[in-house]
Design a protein around this ligand. Structure first.
Ligand SMILES: Cc1cc2nc3c(=O)[nH]c(=O)nc-3n(C[C@H](O)[C@H](O)[C@H](O)COP(=O)(O)O)c2cc1C
Length: 163
């Protein structure tokens, strides 16, 4: 990876934590940013969202997206962000990974969570895009995303994606 590669930050966020990290990453790494939004939004109420996400995960359901990011041909490095939902990526990110061929690209996963860290998200992302190079994942606890201690800039330096 080198700094002159074109980057895309693509992410889903239900309650804003992953969005905050995505925006920071975009600010620091440059390139483009795209928020994945399900056509049918998840319930705002926590327990209802948890229940819906559980059903979707057990069915490996890929919710329809409101809009898609378009061609990814120009990008070499794609940051893929999700909240940790039941130990792995959320449904809209499953849809994105199913709809796009990421062969030959570097995928850098970032996850916000409330204790489970990356969980199975990196191995699940890797399984869903086997021909991509998967960079070290970044896990940020949801409660610290708006503080300076989120580790984003250190991680970008480690995976050599700083501008
Ligand atoms: C449906 C659902 C499932 C969740 N499952 C987990 C989990 O398994 N482990 C965990 O640490 N946090 C879990 N959380 C907490 C979220 O990962 C955490 O709050 C995250 O920062 C939310 O990101 P967002 O604000 O971008 O949606 C869950 C939250 C929801 C709504």
């Amino acid at each position: 990876m080198s700094t002159d590669k074109k980057t895309l930050v693509v992410y889903f966020s239900h309650s804003g934590n992953t969005r905050a990290i995505a925006n920071r990453m975009h600010e620091l790494a440059g390139g483009d940013i795209f928020e994945l939004q399900p056509a049918d939004p998840y319930p705002p109420e926590y327990n209802a969202a948890v229940q819906k996400a559980k059903e979707e995960l057990s069915a490996d359901y890929k919710p329809k997206l409101k809009a898609k990011p378009g061609s990814l041909a120009a990008y070499d490095l794609i940051f893929v962000g999700s909240p940790n939902w039941w130990g792995t990526i959320a449904g809209p990110v499953r849809t994105f990974l199913a709809d796009y061929d990421l062969a030959g690209k570097t995928v850098a996963p970032f996850i916000t969570h409330e204790g489970s860290g990356l969980g199975n998200s990196v191995s699940d992302i890797s399984r869903r895009c086997p021909k991509a190079t998967i960079a070290e994942g970044l896990a940020v606890r949801g409660s610290v995303v708006r503080s300076a201690g989120d580790g984003v800039s250190e991680w970008l330096r480690r995976i050599k994606a700083s501008r």
